[in-house]
Each structure stands twice: as structure tokens, then as C-alpha cells.
Design a protein around this ligand. Structure first.
Ligand SMILES: C[S@@+](CC[C@H](N)C(=O)[O-])C[C@H]1O[C@@H](n2cnc3c(N)ncnc32)[C@H](O)[C@@H]1O
Length: 221
């Protein structure tokens, strides 16, 4: 497994409300990683299609899509504590029952903890772009990452990736199109249970900066 991290731990102060939510609401929305693989049926108490968002930040997209698709299970993975606390507060306030959160590096989840062929979609919205040349190896989307995504997606499952960094978009497109197990999806209206990408903090930042946003949809073949 890759040892180089795709994130930097942010030391931003958590508000009291975020700290309390993180601690008190963890038993309700958090998934503890113990031994073995996760059992989504037990976690959600139902058998339903399951979608993973990697790097949910403050959880804005998860809230929007979970409200839009109550019949789908959503798992968010991030290492950012303040964002997780903020998300927990909104989940409780809006009584959203179809979201659970894992607070870990996604790389270790993809290689074993998430069961094989268990996810309908994987969403990655505005991952850390690592624009400097010497940092590019930190980018999440690389061939080894796609091998792991293929392992967890159901046959014909989908990966949706969005970035506002043109160099990362070109890199992602090249890596995806060279991967033998992924094919591009040009018409996203054909994707079952598809959620259009909601507005997020990093999407708004990108718009303010006048960046061009690239959305890529690929399907496992
Ligand atoms: C630039 S932010 C984007 C947040 C959100 N998707 C948005 O659009 O506002 C990227 C997020 O990915 C998370 N992240 C990066 N690498 C990760 C990894 N290996 N495992 C889990 N989360 C990761 C970071 O902690 C951060 O919250």
C-alpha cells in the first residue's frame, strides 16, 4: 500500500459545537474500524445500494445527496475532524438516517475494510490538488488507487471525480483512460441512482477564483 499521504492533517480549532457533536454523535453516525470487513446491511439496518464519498470536507454534498436519495446508503470518509463534527450536527438537525462516517485515510479502507464489489458509486469532489510538481505523487487519483476503486465497486459501478485544477483534470483523465478496467461515461442520465454534483465549499472557492471545473464520470468494465 502507498505510504505517502494525500492529505495534511489540518490543525484548525474545532468549535465547541463541533467537538461535542464529534464525541456525542459518533455512536450514531460514526463507523468504528475494528477487525475484518464492514457489513453495510448491519451498519444501515437495511439492504440498499451504497455510495462512498471520499474527502467530504464539511459534508455539504453528503447532506444534499442523502436528502435527495433516502433509498440509498451513503458513507463519507475523511480525516478532517472539524468537518465531521459540523456534518454530525446537520445530520441530527435534519434527521438524516442514511449517512455514516469513517474517520480514516481512505487508502487503508479500500484495500480491505470495504467489502469487494459493494459500492454502486464512488464520488470524489475537489480532492486536494497538490499543484506543485514535487507533490504530485500525493494526488489521490493514480493507477494504484483506481485498482482499489475497481475492487470495491460493483460490476459496472461508477466513479465520479471533479476538480478545478486543469493539470489534475488532465492527469486524472489520462490515468483513467489508460486503465483497462474503466471506460468513460459521456451521458450521465444513463447512470442509475445518479446524483448531480451538489454545491460544496471548494466548488464555490473555485468559482470565485474563476477556475474551470472538470467533471469526469467513469464506469468499471
Ligand atoms: C479540498 S477538500 C474538498 C472537500 C469537499 N469535497 C468539497 O468539495 O468542499 C479535500 C478533502 O479530502 C480529504 N482527504 C484527502 N485525502 C484523504 C484520504 N486519503 N482519506 C480521507 N480523506 C482525505 C481532506 O481531509 C479534505 O477534507
Amino acid at each position: 500500500m502507498r505510504t505517502i499521504k494525500s492529505f495534511v492533517r489540518r490543525n484548525g480549532r474545532m468549535t465547541c459545537a463541533q467537538q461535542l457533536a464529534f464525541k456525542n454523535l459518533w455512536p450514531m453516525y460514526g463507523i468504528d474500524i475494528n477487525d475484518g470487513t464492514l457489513d453495510f446491511q448491519t451498519i444501515f439496518g437495511r439492504n440498499a445500494p451504497t455510495v462512498l464519498e471520499i474527502g467530504f470536507g464539511n459534508g455539504e454534498a453528503l447532506v444534499t445527496i442523502a436528502l435527495d436519495k433516502p433509498e440509498v446508503n451513503f458513507i463519507g470518509v475523511d480525516v478532517y475532524e472539524s468537518g465531521t463534527g459540523a456534518l454530525f450536527n446537520i445530520l441530527q438537525e435534519k434527521n438524516i438516517m442514511n449517512v455514516r462516517v469513517i474517520h480514516k485515510d481512505v487508502m487503508m479502507l479500500l484495500s480491505g475494510i470495504i467489502p469487494p464489489h459493494s459500492l454502486l458509486h464512488v464520488y470524489i469532489y475537489f480532492p486536494d490538488p497538490w499543484p506543485k510538481k514535487k507533490h504530485r505523487k500525493r494526488r489521490l487519483l493514480q493507477t494504484d488507487f483506481l485498482d482499489l476503486i475497481k475492487r470495491v465497486l460493483v460490476p459496472n459501478g461508477y466513479l465520479h471525480f471533479a476538480t478545478d485544477w486543469q493539470d489534475y483534470a488532465r492527469h486524472a483523465q489520462a490515468v483513467l483512460s489508460q486503465h483497462p478496467d474503466f471506460k468513460v461515461v459521456l451521458d450521465n442520465t444513463q447512470i442509475p441512482n445518479y446524483c448531480p454534483r451538489p454545491t460544496t465549499k471548494f466548488y464555490r472557492k473555485a468559482l470565485q477564483l474563476g477556475h474551470v471545473i472538470t467533471d469526469l464520470n467513469y464506469q468499471v468494465v
